[in-house]
Design a protein around this ligand. Structure first.
Ligand SMILES: Nc1nc2c(ncn2[C@@H]2O[C@H](COP(=O)(O)OP(=O)(O)OP(=O)(O)O)[C@@H](O)[C@H]2O)c(=O)[nH]1
Ligand SMILES: [Mg+2]
Length: 319
């Protein structure tokens, strides 16, 4: 290899994989500097693989790179078509990637150490590391004492030789640039794959659905968010006023779930609407008018056709 020529641009796909709740979506939002995907304290928030493109301009000796990140649902076992779809989405994203970024929650006593993973998780990760260049990021170090961080780094360094291990805080942004440099140097040399200004392949309607869905995780109890899907049905923009009016439906699985989402005298859905409208306004950079409705689509998470209607599965899912 010769380093005499000007350093070449690198570009390619990086799949972000890891157990549920480790902070994969938080990291992607942080890298892109905008709220693209739903984040919540509840596991299994991400349902689909989502593409987020970061074009890093050249700076000093660094030649610049374009990293096309694919956020994935947390790897885990589970039954039912939705779970299966989520699992397939992660496996496929990792298989298609040029580099795999394994994100580990440094505060999770079990998941933070390779020796404590369950057998299927360990096998899936070993396979990803065997077939792809990999970087391991230890996340949430803002909540760890320094003496706790080192043994976790050492455990992953011992797991596979020659892998970069980068401690980060996705929430605070600490060390995220160093992580991106570690990923970039493993990408193939080549021109950018996407236009420089492109951030995602998803339309604004999808981003709106994610933001509304995130509010469901924040505002509904433990179980219900998993029974909900969000579908944007109408979208009308007034460019002259920088305004958009969005009509969205919250889909639940059973008649009995409807009043819980609506709340007493409509209070819950009103609150959801206010919070979602604010979040949408800042994500889209527009004034947002939001009309929310609730609809029952019986057992949607169990039916392949209903899943497809709600955008899970079928064509056009990112990378
Ligand atoms: N303290 C701290 N919390 C974080 C950090 N990164 C993420 N979190 C929190 O961890 C929780 C899970 O974050 P997500 O980004 O939704 O995790 P995920 O890996 O995408 O989860 P799934 O989509 O369910 O697989 C949220 O409550 C985040 O606010 C971090 O660096 N520090
Ligand atoms: Mg996620």
């Amino acid at each position: 290899m010769s380093d005499a020529e000007p350093a070449a641009v690198r570009a390619g796909f990086c799949a972000i994989i890891g157990l549920p709740n480790v902070g994969k979506s938080t990291l992607l939002n942080r890298i892109l500097g905008r709220h693209l995907v739903a984040v919540s304290a509840k596991p299994q928030t991400t349902r689909d693989r989502i593409l987020g493109v970061h074009t890093i301009p050249p700076a000093g000796d660094a030649p610049g790179a374009q990293i096309a990140y694919v956020d994935t649902p947390g790897v885990q076992d589970g039954k039912g078509p939705l779970r299966r779809y989520m699992r397939d989405a992660s496996v496929a994203a990792a298989a298609d990637a040029d580099v795999v970024l394994l994100l580990v929650d440094g505060t999770d006593r079990r998941g933070r150490l390779p020796a404590r993973l369950t057998e299927p998780d360990a096998a899936a990760l070993a396979e990803a590391a065997r077939t792809h260049p990999m970087v391991v990021a230890i996340n949430k170090v803002d909540r760890m004492g320094k003496p706790d961080i080192l043994p976790v780094i050492e455990a992953w360094a011992a797991w596979r030789a020659g892998i970069d291990i980068v401690p980060i805080s996705a929430a605070a942004g600490d060390n995220v640039e160093a992580l991106e440099q570690a990923i970039a140097k493993l990408l193939p040399v080549g021109p950018p794959l996407f236009p420089e200004e492109m951030v995602t392949d998803r339309p604004p309607q999808f981003i709106a659905q994610e933001i509304i869905r995130e509010q469901l995780y924040h505002q509904l109890g433990k179980e219900l968010p998993y029974a909900c899907a969000v579908q944007v049905e109408t979208w009308s923009e007034r460019a002259d006023k920088n305004e958009v009016t969005i009509g969205a439906v919250i889909v639940v699985e059973r008649e009995s779930q409807k009043p819980i989402v609506v709340g007493r005298g409509g209070s819950r859905i009103r609150e959801l609407g206010i919070a979602a409208r604010q979040a949408l306004g800042s994500a889209l950079g527009k004034t947002v008018h939001l009309n929310l409705f609730v609809k029952v689509l019986a057992e949607w998470s169990r039916g392949e056709t209903a899943l497809r209607r709600l955008g899970y599965g079928g064509e056009g899912e990112g990378a």
